[in-house]
Design a protein around this ligand. Sequence first.
Ligand SMILES: [Zn+2]
Length: 179
Amino acid sequence: MDDFFPPDRPRDVRPGEYPVWDAALALVNRDLATLLPEHGPLRLLALPHWPKEPTDAGQPPEQVYVALPDGRRHGDDLHEHPDSTPAGALVDVAGAAQETVLECLWEVWPVCPDHRLGMHPGLEDGRPVWRCAGSRAPGNPEHVRAIGELEPAHRPRSVRRRERNRNKQSKRDGTSASQ
Ligand SMILES: [Zn+2]
């Protein structure tokens, strides 16, 4: 019965298959849950390499993507670098997550509350962080946040606007209910 399905059907990565990426995605999902709770959690999907070719030693036998809960994804697959650290892998996974959410959902996240600019993953003194492009000074703590530790202030504008409207609405409802 397996031949019935096309061979390149994506499959969910099982826990422990790519432990470094699992751990990284858990942190990125924590940020996504704070900022865009209705869109997570993201998941790792694996697809056989296409075109099929013999894989180099150390290369995963398949391509692994960061995908939305419904399987949509965008951008390149993740790469295992021989000299990669968990911090570097976290930056890679955060970038892949950001691209999938941006291209599939048109949400720029996270944003710097001061500059209103999108933040991008990178390493700061070896630490994986979201960095605001509005601040040129390296190490400016106001515009750098550890990945996995974002606060609601980093939500996209569109989300905060929706929340304000909801709050106004429920305030109105509360007033009319008490009359
Ligand atoms: Zn900033």
